[in-house]
Design a protein. Sequence first.
Length: 352
Amino acid sequence: MGECDGSCNDYECTNKESNMKKICIAAGGTGGHLFPANTVAKKLREKGHAVFFVGHRLQNNAYREKDFSFYDIASSPLKGNPFKVLYLLLKGFFQSFWILQKEKTDLIVSFGSYHTAPLLLAARVLCKPYILHDSNVTLGKVTLLFKKGAAFVATPFPGENQVEMPLKEDFYRDQPLSYEKYGLEESKRTILVLGGSQGAKMLNQLVDPLREILGDGYQFIHLTGKETCLEKGLYRKDFEASMAPLWRLADFAICRAGANTLFEAIYTETPALFIPYPYATEGHQKQNGRFMENVVKGGRVLLEEELSLPKVQNEIKTFFSEEQLEKMKKAIAEYKRTSAGEDFVEVIEKYE
């Protein structure tokens, strides 16, 4: 190969004398894994690094394939037919082995879920350095399995390896509040109801009865994961790409307790009633909710098995007593002030 004249697009050629890296982002599953992965990938690309994704092709809005090159690999949770599980994991491993070599990968950054296990195994065999990011209070199975060989295990919770939770870009932009844009009124109390990137049937079923019981003084922002409609006092949509304005419009939220949701509530200082998804791996949503309740003191947990309409109604009335809501907002603000972590992108750039 002759000397580069600056006109080629080959990563190895144009970056051989720089500190730029070829970074593989390993992610899959739901928005809780993909949203922070997308944010970090974009920041790394802005700094000049070459970034590509490896994981499982999603059927929701959490990953936009046009943003980055993407490799789909086989994967499987460690349950079900053992022969099928073994076949899929081995297939994913060999696919990952080939991808990491083909792309001349310098570093792998994994955001959890079983979809990343074959790639991390290939990284270990090839002696490629990898960093793990686990966004839940309770470390996931894949994180626990591969943490021993990791260059760094990042978490957004207080501790030695705390990093800032990478939220979507719109949370870091100043935007004027616009109730009118969403058919809402500034004078009314606004409740945000959401069940994560894929929605939650149980939460969806609460909204219309609550609207009837609470009356005209309340209005709702309802993200369903399925249908979309707009009517007076209700902004209802299946998925919202830009969540920051909706969190900022809300006085209070009723939501699951996925990590993304938790830190969006913390960032916007929005008290919330958390109803954890009861089948989340290792009960991590329950632990996330308890962290917000007991450590941050900016929310309460109501378990789904204890759920009833009167209980939710009572919680809302308790939250909207002026003293309680303001007390929680101040507690969240104090937690933010005293518990900042490192910038995760800066952490990544330290490792070869």
